[in-house]
Design a protein around this ligand. Structure first.
Ligand code: AHR
Length: 496
C-alpha cells in the first residue's frame, strides 16, 4: 500500500486566487447555440422568461456562471452591432457566413445579451469587431453600452429601453486575428489594436478589461509581440486551444463509440494545455515581470467530427464522460497557473462543441461537462494551495505515458479545504493517500462523477448515464485514503 500515490497539500502556503472567471462560458451566434438553445422569443411555446428558455436559464444559474463571452468567435469580426438594436421586426437580416451560411435575423442583440447575463447573475465579455468594423463603430458600441451622457448614442440606448449603463467586464478587440479575424501577422494586429483602443473610452471607473486577441497552440509569437508592442490599455492576451482526439482538423475523431486508444489520445492532447500555458508564461514573465497582464484562454474544449445528418457548420456534438474528464483536467491545469490564467471560456455554452446543455425542441439534457462545472463551483475565487504528488500512478499507451491522476487543492471562500481528483485510467481504480500540512483532516466528503462506459452520456431518449453521486472517505490524519473509481472526477471538502 506504500507505493500508492501520496498527495500532500500545504495549507500553510496559500497561492494565488483562482479567479471565478476561469469558469466563464462562451455563446456565439453559431448553430443552435443562441437561437433555440437560449433564445426562443416571447411567443414561443417553449416556456420562457421574456424570450429566454426557462429550463436553460435555471440550469445555468445552478452552476453559478460568472462570465459569458459574446457574440463570437469568428462571428464577432463580421458583426454589426447596430443590426441588433431597436424594434426586432425592423432589424436587418444578414447571412452568418462562418456558420452554415444561415440567415441571422438579429433578434438577439446587445439588449438581449445584457438581459441574459443579468438573468444569470454573470458578468459580460463583449467581443468587438476589428476584422470588418472600424474604430468609430467599435467606440460607439462601447459608448452605447457604458455611456452616461446625453449624447445621441446614449440617448438611442435610452430610447431602446435601457436607461442605466451596463457593466462591460471584458471587451475583446478582435478575435483570432491570425485566422478568421483577418489572417494578420502579430505586428500588424498590434498596430491595429493600438489604433482601435485609442478611441475606446468609457466614463471613469467603468473601463472594461481590454483583451488582445492572441495566439494558439505552440505559437508564442503573438504573446511576445503583443506584450512588447501594445501601448494602449490591455488587461490580458487571449489564447485558443481546442482538444481534437487525433490532433487533425480534417478528421478530428468521433464524439462517441471510440476505443481506449482514442480516450488516451484525447487526454494526452488536452494536457498539452499545460505546456502551452507554460511557454506563454515564460514569455510574459520576461516582458511583463510585474504580472500586470492576464493570460486568457477564451476558447477551449473538445472539437469532434460533426454528427451524421447534422449541418456540419453548426458544430453540434455529443458530450460524454470523456468530456467531463477533459474539463476537470483543464481546470486543474488552470488552477496551477492561476497567477496568469485569470479568465477562460469553454466553447460553448449550449448546443455547440463541448456544451453544458443540449436542447431538442422543448427538451433539455445536462451534459457530463455541466456536472464538472457544478462540482468545481467551490473553486470560484478560492485560494489555490500547493500540492505535491509523490509516486504518481502512470497511465501508458504505446510510447506515451500520462499521469494516472490529476489533483488540485484550494481554500474555498467558505474557509473549507477542497480537493479535486481525476483518475484518467478508464480500466483501473486508484487508491491515493492524502495528507495536509497545517491541518488535521479525517474525512473527505463531496461528489463523484463516473459511469460504466467511456462514452457514457445523457441523451433525450433514455435515463441519464452520467450524474454526480455522493462520495465519502474517512481515516486518521496522515492515513486518509481515497479510492478513485476508473475514469472519474471527484471534488471533496476535507473535514476534521
Ligand atoms: O468556437 C468556434 C470557433 O472556433 C470560434 O468562432 C473561433 O474563434 C474558433 O476558431
Amino acid at each position: 500500500a506504500d507505493d500508492i500515490p501520496q498527495i500532500t497539500i500545504d495549507a500553510t502556503k496559500p497561492g494565488p486566487t483562482i479567479d471565478r472567471d476561469i469558469y466563464g462560458q462562451f455563446a456565439e451566434h453559431l448553430g443552435r447555440g443562441i437561437y433555440e438553445g437560449i433564445w426562443v422569443g416571447k411567443d414561443s411555446e417553449i416556456e420562457n422568461i421574456n424570450g429566454f428558455r426557462t429550463d436553460v436559464i435555471e440550469a445555468l444559474r445552478d452552476i453559478n456562471v460568472p462570465l459569458v463571452r459574446w457574440p463570437g468567435g469568428c462571428f464577432a469580426d463580421e458583426y454589426r452591432w447596430r443590426d441588433g438594436i431597436g424594434p426586432r421586426d425592423e432589424r436587418p437580416v444578414r447571412v452568418n457566413t462562418h456558420w452554415g451560411g444561415v440567415e441571422e435575423d438579429n433578434a438577439f442583440g446587445t439588449h438581449e445579451f445584457f438581459e441574459l447575463v443579468e438573468l444569470l447573475g454573470a458578468d459580460a465579455y463583449v467581443n468587438g469587431n476589428l476584422g470588418t468594423g472600424n474604430p468609430r463603430e467599435m467606440a460607439e458600441w462601447l459608448e452605447y453600452m457604458t455611456g452616461t451622457s446625453t449624447s445621441a448614442v446614449v440617448e438611442e440606448r435610452r430610447k431602446n429601453g435601457r436607461d442605466e449603463p451596463w457593466e462591460v467586464a471584458y471587451f475583446g478587440i478582435g478575435n483570432e486575428a491570425w485566422g478568421c479575424g483577418g489572417h494578420m501577422r502579430p505586428a500588424y494586429y498590434a498596430d491595429l489594436y493600438n489604433h482601435f483602443a485609442t478611441f475606446l473610452k468609457t466614463p471613469r471607473g467603468s473601463e472594461p478589461k481590454f483583451v488582445a486577441s492572441g495566439g494558439h497552440t505552440t505559437d508564442t509569437s503573438w504573446t511576445d509581440t503583443l506584450s512588447k508592442n501594445i501601448q494602449r490599455q490591455m488587461a490580458g492576451i487571449s489564447f485558443h486551444f481546442y482538444t481534437l482526439p487525433t490532433g487533425e482538423w480534417d478528421d478530428k475523431g468521433e464524439s462517441i463509440g471510440f476505443a481506449e486508444e482514442e480516450w488516451f489520445a484525447t487526454l494526452w492532447q488536452t494536457l498539452r494545455m499545460d505546456e502551452f500555458i507554460r511557454l506563454n508564461k515564460k514569455v510574459l514573465d520576461k516582458n511583463d515581470p510585474e504580472k500586470k497582464l492576464g493570460f486568457y484562454v477564451d476558447e477551449w474544449g473538445t472539437w469532434y467530427n460533426p454528427e451524421e445528418g447534422r449541418e456540419p457548420g453548426f458544430l453540434y456534438q455529443q458530450n460524454t464522460l470523456r468530456d467531463a474528464v477533459v474539463a476537470a483536467l483543464n481546470f486543474n491545469v488552470f488552477h496551477q497557473h492561476a497567477d496568469r490564467v485569470r479568465m477562460t471560456n469553454i466553447a460553448q455554452m449550449v448546443n455547440v462543441l463541448q456544451a453544458m446543455i443540449l436542447t431538442e425542441e422543448d427538451e433539455m439534457v445536462l451534459t457530463p461537462t455541466y456536472y464538472v462545472y457544478d462540482l468545481y463551483q467551490v473553486f470560484q475565487d478560492a485560494t489555490s494551495l500547493p500540492v505535491e504528488v509523490t509516486n504518481p500512478a502512470s497511465y501508458r499507451m504505446g510510447e506515451k505515458t500520462l499521469p494516472g491522476i490529476s489533483v488540485s487543492a484550494a481554500r474555498g471562500k467558505d474557509g473549507q479545504l477542497y480537493l479535486s481528483l481525476v483518475n484518467l485510467n478508464p480500466q483501473r481504480a486508484q487508491q491515493v493517500s492524502v495528507d495536509v500540512q497545517g491541518g488535521e483532516y479525517r474525512s473527505a466528503q463531496g461528489r463523484v462523477l463516473t459511469a460504466e462506459a467511456m462514452d457514457a452520456r445523457n441523451t433525450f431518449d433514455r435515463e441519464p448515464e452520467v450524474e454526480p453521486a455522493q462520495y465519502r472517505a474517512e481515516g486518521e490524519p496522515g492515513e486518509l485514503k481515497l479510492e478513485l473509481p476508473p475514469k472519474s472526477v471527484i471534488v471533496v471538502a476535507l473535514g476534521a
